[in-house]
Design a protein around this ligand. Structure first.
Ligand SMILES: *Cc1c(COP(=O)(O)O)cnc(C)c1O
Length: 481
């Protein structure tokens, strides 16, 4: 605090330019042009107000305000205010399909298709052969059937919507038989029993948490039964004394009683991932071959596409689902369809998939390749953080994410930040985590075992250059001092 005397203060105040003069100045015209008059006026007023109150409080930093300074702070305030709230980040969490960071990244083919769909009219619901109204599912259902072996398909907003719609259309006011071992919760809001009641269906739980037998299903079937359902356990595993009835057996039982079986597969894989050394997941085709009449799965998990829920299966059941009024409420927009189609088409050349499908490319990236990236980024991060911290390239384990088992880990590499000289990290590491998170393009890592871990699996070449550039610029926050 400096002591600003009354007369000094008055002199300072007298030199503050008037709002009208500022707004009329040539220097502010480009800002008015970009942001509009009202926003610039508001920012000028705010900036002048806070300068005045700082001056009155006698802050040492306050000196005479010139128009150049005012322009710089107004411009910065406007830029902050108009920055997109949805920001690109660096996903260094080690979780490839991170639900909170937007899950699958899409290949360029999908990006180009979305740009076109955004900027040009398209035959979304227009039959180019007849000139009559069309059905948006027609754009994509043949391709989905080709890749899954299903008779018919439809697409909705996400897999939660797919399950909700399936149950509403086929089991409203009726019973759905599900094993107690499969009553899962996925990411907080999606719980099978809740979706079931929202869909107006009655859950008929059978078996126990760890063991369910075919006779449990048999005994549960009655006149009220509409559907037998199986749910992929996705994010948890039960070990030990367990028993689960295979889909094929449930399907035989259901079909013998004239009932249908639905499988919520979660992460719909279209190819056998073990061919690329990844954990094996039952594919959608295999699920249909095992007897499922309907299969629901996500578009943005292992499939590697946009957020969507796909429902595939028997033609008559899909027709019924498409007629349900909820289908209209849960349908996808043109951007989703535009992005999904080219992603699905990549599956026609499986031998190129690991190169072309971003999700698979990231999941199959060799640990050695990631190690080289870690060694290239290490000096920039070490320099940015300074001598108080030790930045070391180390092996670590990535996760697939989004409902793939947490026990299925992928050997990876990354940078580990600890306090130098074996000191405990504690709040200092939290400080580093925060500084990285507040960068122009936020860097998202994870704290574990008194260290900040940055897994570089998802840092591809262009991003690597950008990260190194960003780390070489000025840091904000507690580390910069
Ligand atoms: C992920 C998942 C869902 C929810 O899918 P969203 O596409 O996120 O709506 C539903 N069921 C299972 C088994 C899942 O793994």
């Amino acid at each position: 605090m400096s002591d600003v005397s009354g007369s000094e203060l008055r002199a300072l105040m007298a030199r503050v330019p008037s709002v009208e003069k500022v707004m009329a100045s040539a220097q502010f015209a480009p800002l008015v042009n970009e942001y509009g008059r009202a926003q610039v006026l508001g920012a000028v007023r705010d900036t002048l107000d806070s300068w005045r109150s700082n001056a009155q409080a006698g802050e040492a930093s306050v000196s005479a305000l010139d128009v150049g300074q005012l322009h710089a702070s107004v411009e910065a305030a406007l830029r902050r205010r108009n920055q997109s709230r949805l920001r690109s980040v660096f996903n260094l969490t080690g979780t490839v399909l991170h639900t909170n960071l937007g899950r699958a990244l899409l290949p360029d083919e999908a990006v180009q298709a979305v740009v076109k769909a955004l900027t040009q009219p398209a035959n979304l619901e227009f039959d180019l052969e007849t000139g009559k109204r069309g059905d948006r599912d027609d754009l994509i259902d043949e391709l989905i059937c080709e890749l899954t072996g299903a008779e018919a398909a439809t697409v909705v907003n996400n897999n939660a919507a797919a399950v909700l719609l399936t149950l509403s259309a086929l089991a409203s006011k009726k019973e759905v038989v599900v094993s107690r071992g499969e009553l899962v919760e996925i990411g907080g809001a999606f719980r099978i029993p809740d979706i079931m009641s929202r869909a107006g269906a009655r859950l008929r739980e059978v078996g126990t948490t760890n063991r369910t037998h075919l006779k449990d299903y048999e005994e549960a079937i009655g006149p009220q039964t509409a559907l037998l359902m199986k749910v992929h356990a996705s994010n948890y595993a039960i070990h030990g004394f367990t028993s689960e009835v295979g889909l094929d057996e449930i399907a035989s039982l259901a079909h013998a009683r004239g009932l249908a079986v639905a499988m919520d597969l979660g992460s719909g894989t279209l190819v056998d991932l073990s061919e690329w050394g990844l954990p094996r997941e039952q594919t959608v085709r295999e699920t249909i071959e095992a007897g499922a009449d309907l299969v629901t799965f996500s578009g943005d998990k292992l499939l590697g596409g946009p957020q969507a829920g796909l429902i595939v299966g028997r033609r008559d059941l899909i027709a019924k689902i498409k007629k349900h009024p909820l289908k209209r409420a849960l349908r996808v927009g043109k951007l989703t369809l535009a992005a999904l189609e080219p992603v699905l088409r990549l599956y026609r050349a499986p031998e190129k998939l690991a190169e072309r499908l971003t999700t698979l490319r990231l999941l199959t990236r060799a640990a050695d390749d990631i190690r080289l990236a870690a060694e290239r980024v290490q000096p920039a991060l070490q320099r940015a953080l300074g001598e108080r911290y030790a930045v070391v390239a180390e092996p670590m384990l990535s996760q697939i994410g989004s409902g793939a088992l947490p026990v299925d880990v992928l050997p990876s590499y990354g940078l580990v930040v600890r306090m130098a000289h074996g000191k405990r990290g504690g709040r200092h590491l939290l400080g580093v985590e925060k500084v990285l998170r507040e960068m122009a393009r936020p860097v998202i890592g994870r704290i574990a075992d008194d260290a900040l871990c940055l897994d570089l699996r998802c840092l591809e070449a262009a991003d690597e250059a950008q990260l190194i550039g960003q780390l070489s610029g000025p840091l904000s926050g507690p580390l910069s001092g």
